[in-house]
Design a protein around this ligand. Structure first.
Ligand code: NAG
Ligand code: NAG
Ligand code: NAG
Ligand code: NAG
Ligand code: NAG
Length: 217
């Protein structure tokens, strides 16, 4: 054994656990910095012509909506599998009933890009007649589920499940009442809350988010 080899061995022995934990810290930090963040998904527009009170077009059972996908990552592209939507109506504050489903074809999205895509659902006949009023409003439920792969330089990650849902109130013209985009979040408050949104559901959403992240990454 040469003297330099010996020195290295001695240095390594001295370093022991200390260097190990420094290494772990560095690796964890790099992972935290480079870890891609999940895309965000919103309902940007929503219309149910059958609920337009000033028209008599009750035979139009289509529900049409515009979905926005945001990739906020600086250097990471996203490949989406087919995105499956299910739409339901609220019968009362506690109960939803499914009315139909649709799919947006899978697509690739570059870093820092957003994409808007239309899709529509053909509601089963009479499905909209069952809609109840919650605090005087009609509500829909939209859920989606898909998988995404993150592309860093040329390498794709494994698939990660990506899903969410939201409640959508519509006005007397059959349009989304809320002006802002509605986030299809990771939580499923399938009860229409009266008054202000409650903290626990978003907190739970956050918790679920982190549990999922730690499972999948
Ligand atoms: C809807 O139907 C009512 C009664 O049949 C009629 O008076 C009204 O003009 C119709 N409205 C439209 C926009 O066609
Ligand atoms: C609702 O129906 C009226 C009468 O047919 C039409 O003028 C109006 O554009 C419709 N509103 C929407 C949002 O489609
Ligand atoms: C949306 O997802 C929630 C939670 O899994 C479920 O209770 C609800 O029935 C779903 N609604 C539709 C329309 O798929
Ligand atoms: C919703 O559920 C709650 C608790 O389970 C119940 O007290 C309430 O009567 C239900 N409301 C409706 C409209 O069914
Ligand atoms: C979406 O729907 C298609 C066909 O119904 C199915 O093959 C696919 O597994 C679904 N994807 C997800 C993520 O649920």
């Amino acid at each position: 054994m040469g003297s330099t080899d010996k020195q290295q061995v001695e240095a390594a022995a001295k370093c022991g656990g200390g260097c190990g934990s420094v290494l772990v810290t560095i690796v964890v930090t790099i992972w935290l910095v480079l870890r891609p963040s999940e895309p965000k998904c919103y309902i940007a527009a929503f219309m149910a012509p059958a609920l337009n009170k000033t028209s008599n077009a009750t035979t139009n059972s289509a529900i049409v909506f515009l979905v926005e996908f945001d990739n906020e990552n600086d250097n990471v592209g996203i490949q989406y599998d087919n995105v499956n939507f299910t739409v339901g109506v609220f019968l009362d504050r506690n109960t939803t009933s499914p009315v139909g489903s649709s799919t947006i074809d899978g697509f690739y999205q570059g870093h820092k890009k957003n994409a808007q895509k239309w899709t529509s659902v053909e509601a089963h006949s009479g499905a909209l007649n069952k809609m109840g009023k919650v605090d005087g409003k009609m509500y829909f439920r939209v859920n989606f589920t898909t998988s995404v792969k993150y592309k860093t330089v040329t390498i794709y990650s494994k698939r990660h499940r990506f899903w969410g849902g939201a409640n959508i109130a519509v006005n007397d013209a059959g349009l989304k009442e809320e002006n802002d985009n509605i986030r299809l979040g990771h939580y499923f408050p399938v009860i229409v809350q009266s008054g202000a949104p409650l903290l626990p559901s978003s907190f739970l959403g956050l918790l679920v988010h982190f549990v999922l992240l730690s499972l999948f990454l």
